[in-house]
Design a protein around this ligand. Structure first.
Ligand SMILES: [Zn+2]
Length: 104
């Protein structure tokens, strides 16, 4: 998943909740990565500790549980993906491909 070429693009900082301008990367390509710009794999993490009020939602819908978890501070797959984008490890296109159309 790592983006290997620092071809940058500027994006409005408000779209990512940042206070400053951000630099995003697009995958380049070389002989080592077969001209894809990606080589190897990097995991996205979304951990939901079932503590406190989340315990009482065990019979609730998936959406209700997800909203409560996010409300209590859980970092979503997409948020973790955005972190990788900001670190120049992946691209927005790759994170969107992996996480789908989820809003969070
Ligand atoms: Zn390469």
């Amino acid at each position: 998943m790592p983006a290997t070429t620092p071809a940058t693009t500027s994006a409005p900082s408000s779209a990512y909740g940042a206070d400053a301008d951000v630099v995003l990367y697009r995958p380049g390509g070389c002989n080592r990565c077969g001209r894809t710009g990606y080589r190897g794999r990097v995991a996205l993490y979304e951990l939901m500790p079932v503590l406190g009020s989340l315990r009482s939602l065990v019979h609730s819908s998936t959406d209700e549980i997800f909203e409560a978890a996010v409300g209590s501070g859980m970092q979503t797959l997409r948020q973790d993906g955005l972190r990788l984008c900001l670190e120049g490890i992946s691209s927005l296109e790759e994170i969107h491909r992996v996480t789908g159309d989820r809003l969070m």
